[in-house]
Design a protein. Structure first.
Length: 438
């Protein structure tokens, strides 16, 4: 997911959603009818530098769809900080869009509400078949053993973006491959009002993505094998402490980043205020903010030691955006046709080029546009060293609870309060208490 960013009230709302019967979006009449065959509402996630930038990308394609089908698509681009809470509210109220983007890590949680259209073989056949999509993308569309709750739209992975001129001026010849190297480079680069690394400390889901990868590198997980939360495991505590220490102890992240939640770290990097950025498929976003592709390099996210790979060498979560349909849409045929359009080879090439993401439709990946150096890093990461976040029904509560705990730890760091293993464990223990009882 593009930085799959959960709202703080998501856990409470999801509990209500799980208690509700299989309600969904669309309109109060519901039932998956075709009462409104000439209109669709579409909630798109904010993939670019701004909501307005996304409208400029998407509206011409929606106009193209209307010209082909006669169906008008009413677009709303929803910021990541609001998207999950908006979706969960729609699942309980029955008031929502016909089609919507979801972060792929939310698939199992939203699937559990019963509000989304299951993509069984019959529905997949309507859009060209399941086998058009790459396996890694399908793996993040819902719980194992169940029909997917959504269809892959954009595939992404984290990478390390670094400012070539700032590196050269600091005498740093190569991008860091380990965290020790990143800290050492960051300290050299943090001077004269500039900082080594940017972060979104007030963004719960962004926090979870990085903490999850750090935990994997520490040989730990946030859940036990049977799906129970295990947030105070020693490896998890060490992972979260290491991540927050990039601000608290190492001082390579500016204290002000503790308040970032709306992609400000991307803007800082584009404007030369920070020298490094850990982000999902950032090239299009950086270009839209005036940063030349020649000004930065792209490298794999660091590991503790060695090179990226499976197990402890994981360096990214499997990121991506899925396209879902509310079951009670008033235009089921139109919604299905829209999904077919958005996942067609032609649109996959257009949209994934625009967002510097990787098409989850295998045939679309053959386009030369996806053979850039940046995409080579992303594709290699997805193939070799990316790990899917837990596909469990409580995943969105996990993002909210743990991500908020880390947000609070960043606030402590920014205020000069000590961040210790004990304080990290206490915050994570509180987060675990917020998870549904098993």
């Amino acid at each position: 997911m593009r930085s799959i960013r959960a709202a703080a009230t998501g856990a409470v709302t999801l509990s209500l959603a799980l208690a509700a019967s299989a309600c969904g979006g669309g309109s109060p009449t519901g039932g998956g009818s075709d009462d409104s065959p000439r209109t669709l509402t579409y909630w798109a996630s904010n993939q670019g530098a701004s909501v307005e930038a996304d409208k400029k990308v998407l509206q011409p394609e929606l106009d193209k769809f209307e010209k082909q089908t006669g169906i008008e698509v009413k677009l709303e681009v929803v910021p990541w900080s609001d998207l999950l809470n908006r979706i969960l509210t729609a699942t309980t109220s029955g008031q929502g869009p016909d089609v919507l983007n979801i972060g792929n890590t939310w698939s199992a949680s939203l699937q559990a509400t019963g509000a989304l259209l299951p993509w069984d073989e019959k529905n997949f056949d309507k859009i060209g078949g399941r086998d058009r999509f790459v396996d890694s993308a399908l793996a993040s569309t819902g719980a194992r053993g169940e029909d997917p709750a959504a269809v892959p739209l954009y595939s992404m992975a984290y990478a390390l973006y670094y400012n070539k001129r700032m590196f050269a001026d600091a005498g740093i010849a190569e991008p860091p491959a380990t965290w020790d190297e990143l800290v050492a480079a960051g300290k050299k680069l943090s001077k004269d009002g500039r900082w080594g690394l940017g972060a979104e400390g007030s963004n719960p889901s962004e926090n979870v993505h990085h903490a999850f990868v750090f935990a994997k590198q520490h040989g730990a997980d946030f859940f036990t094998a049977d799906g129970r939360p295990d947030f105070t495991d020693d490896g998890v505590v060490a992972a979260v402490e290491q991540y927050v220490d990039l601000m608290a102890e190492d001082e390579v992240i500016a204290p002000g980043n503790a308040e970032y939640a709306q992609n400000q770290s991307v803007s800082d990097f584009a404007k030369g205020r920070t020298a490094m950025l850990l982000w999902q498929s950032a090239s299009a976003n950086l270009k839209s903010q005036g940063m030349s592709e020649d000004a930065y390099g792209v490298a794999p996210v660091p590991v503790q030691s060695g090179t990226p790979g499976p197990g402890r060498q994981a360096n990214s979560m499997v990121a991506g955006i899925n396209l879902a349909v509310f079951k009670n849409t008033d235009n089921l045929d139109g919604a299905t046709e829209f999904v077919k359009f958005m996942t067609s080879d032609a649109e996959q090439k257009i949209l994934n080029k625009a967002y510097s993401t990787i098409p989850p439709v295998e045939s679309a990946q053959a386009d030369p546009a996806f053979d850039t150096p940046a995409n080579a890093v992303l594709k290699d990461t997805l193939a070799k060293s990316a790990v899917a976040l837990p596909q469990v029904a409580d995943e969105s509560q996990f993002e909210t609870a743990v991500g908020t705990a880390i947000k609070e730890l960043f606030a402590d760091a920014a205020a000069g309060r000590p961040v210790t293993a004990e304080s990290v464990k206490a915050r994570l223990g509180k987060a675990q208490q917020q998870m549904p009882a098993k």
